[in-house]
Design a protein around this ligand. Structure first.
Ligand code: FAD
Ligand code: SF4
Length: 508
């Protein structure tokens, strides 16, 4: 009996579990460009273009390898424009009675496949280094999850940077050597840019015509769309940028949006690179003397640690993870997140960069757009939809735990032990944004004070009952208690006046 083999836009891996379970001689691969996937949130045009072009290249590769691929192009007049609709259409066309799939990375689609009127077998997605059952076993019986403990298990399991059962260099984590501020450097190597080939050029025209209202610039489009491109990007990173990754990991510069970050997340997340090969390449660079241990350990930790950890939490928690709102934050997203003018230079730069590149690095996401959302009490669901929309690498299994958990503490502390709350001093220390800002980071109150300063205290006071007993936050509350009454009142009323201005649509 013929089966359909579903390949989604983030499953572009020849060794995918669904393909391994299928038979090229009798089964039909189904790939579909559907409007529903491009619009369930308004994805950035570059993200849609990346996925459609990479899908077209991957389909060609599968055909060359002997697969029969039923590929629904966006402009196919019979396209039903949903994944379920295309599976049913292809099943009728080919007389197939069963679907083989690799479990999607989003509960929305897992449920849609479960609800199909056709039997669908969802194979585990074994591109991840930690399976769902391994994560569940690790989590079992733990009162608190902490990434660092999970990471050590993953080091032991994968053997990355391990020697005779011990971490190379004697320590698990070299973060205290990392995270310095950075200076603009005209000679800092720039990541490779890939000129659109004919397939990408055609897709870019399609995206421009079909998704004209989505936030974000479509062109110039410089992302790679094939495995060969992704391998080139990986090679460039390990040879040129990895050595500075640790030092510059948390730095932010107006004129250097990517610093020494890898820009590999889109390729990892759609399956053009594997987590294992990326870490192996970084480890090889260390052994070849091309990059120091603090940089390589920090980089590998992001992948076998954070990336696997957030996915484990998303899958373990089940479909409701992104609906949590432990701090009861409910403020609407101000228009500045969609590019409206703001006087806050840090937000203005981070959002403009996001609009132009569909990319911001981790600290821009966590400590600028995320931090503002947290201390201003923005709705975590509105932020979740924003992050899922605007980044080239955004897929719910990784975006939701980062937004709802790490950045907004809306999961009440499942993912991390304390909220990433900070004042403007943090942004000033790690960036050059404050220099051209209308607000003054050194001022704590008054009309010219950096808004992050009063909002920070306002947030801490609003949630005092929840956080005052957290040993990692006690010092902040002691500092507040030592301030005189006048300063405390001025701080809180400045924060409230700012929020009122923002809520009534005034430029802030
Ligand atoms: C609010 C918020 C939303 C985020 N949304 C996404 C998202 O939708 N998709 C996504 O891939 N990452 C997301 N991240 C994590 C991180 O910001 C990106 O993985 C990273 O910026 C990608 O750029 P890069 O490849 O240059 O990363 P690098 O800084 O070069 O890091 C190397 C790799 O480590 C992995 N990594 C690093 N940090 C994390 C993390 N916290 N969680 C998971 N993987 C990590 C990524 O695969 C990344 O490619 C989010 C973080 C925050 C705070
Ligand atoms: S002064 Fe405040 S608002 Fe302005 S860039 Fe610095 S941190 Fe951002």
């Amino acid at each position: 009996m013929k089966r359909l083999v579903l390949i989604l836009g983030d499953q572009l891996t020849p060794a995918l579990s669904a393909l391994r379970a299928a038979d090229p001689a009798r089964d039909v691969v189904v790939m579909a460009e559907v409007r529903a996937e491009g619009t369930y949130v308004p994805h950035h045009p570059q993200k849609i273009a990346l996925i459609l072009s990479a899908m077209r290249h991957f389909a060609a590769q599968l055909r060359e390898a002997g697969w029969h691929v039923a590929y629904s192009r966006f402009d196919d007049p019979d396209n039903s424009h949903t994944i379920a609709g295309e599976l049913l259409r292809r099943a009728a066309e080919h007389g197939a009675t069963e679907v083989l799939a690799t479990r999607p990375g989003e509960w929305r689609l897992i449920t849609a496949l479960d609800d199909m009127p056709l039997p669908v077998t969802q194979q585990p997605d074994d591109r991840f280094l930690c399976s769902d059952s391994e994560f569940a076993a690790w989590a079992e019986g733990r009162k608190q999850f902490r990434m660092e403990w999970f990471y050590r298990e993953m080091r032991r399991k994968t053997g990355f940077l391990m020697q005779d059962g011990q971490p190379v260099g004697g320590k698990w984590n070299y973060d205290h050597d990392n995270r310095k501020a950075a200076k603009p450097d005209l000679f800092r190597p720039r990541p490779p840019r890939f000129d659109p080939d004919a397939t990408t050029a055609e897709v870019l025209d399609l995206v421009a015509a079909e998704f004209p209202d989505h936030f974000g610039r479509l062109r110039p489009f410089r992302w790679g769309v094939t495995r060969a491109n992704a391998l080139e990007a990986l090679d460039w990173f390990t040879q040129n940028a990895l050595q500075h990754f640790g030092d510059e990991q948390d730095a932010m510069l107006v004129d250097d949006p990517t610093l020494s970050h890898s820009l590999l997340s889109p390729y990892l997340n759609i399956g053009l690179l594997s987590a294992h090969e990326v870490c192996a390449a970084a480890e090889a660079a260390y052994h070849a003397g091309k990059a120091p241990l603090n940089a390589v350990e920090g980089f590998i930790r992001q992948i076998i640690g954070w990336r696997e950890y957030v996915r484990g939490i998303y899958m373990l928690h089940g479909p409701g993870y992104a609906d949590q709102n432990a701090l009861g934050a409910d403020r609407a997203l101000p228009a500045l997140y969609w590019g409206a003018k703001t006087d806050m230079a840090c937000l203005s730069h981070a959002v403009a960069q996001t609009r132009d590149l569909a990319y911001a690095h981790h600290i821009q996401r966590l400590m600028v757009t995320g931090l503002f959302g947290l201390i201003a009490g923005l709705s975590p669901q509105a932020l979740h939809e924003w992050y899922l929309s605007v980044y080239i690498d955004a897929f719910e299994w990784v975006e939701a735990p980062n937004t709802i958990g790490m950045s907004q503490f809306a999961d009440g502390g499942i993912l991390g032990s304390k909220p990433y709350a900070a004042s403007g001093a943090y942004i000033h220390r790690m960036s050059d944004y404050c220099g051209d800002c209308r607000y003054k980071v050194a001022l704590k109150t008054g009309p010219d004070a950096c808004p992050f300063n009063p909002l920070y205290w306002h947030f801490l006071m609003k949630h005092r009952d929840r956080f005052a007993s957290n040993p990692r936050m006690a010092q902040m509350y002691r500092t507040w208690d030592k301030m005189d009454d006048v300063r405390q009142q001025a701080t809180l009323s400045d924060a409230e006046a700012f929020l009122r201005r923002m809520d009534t649509g005034k430029m802030v």
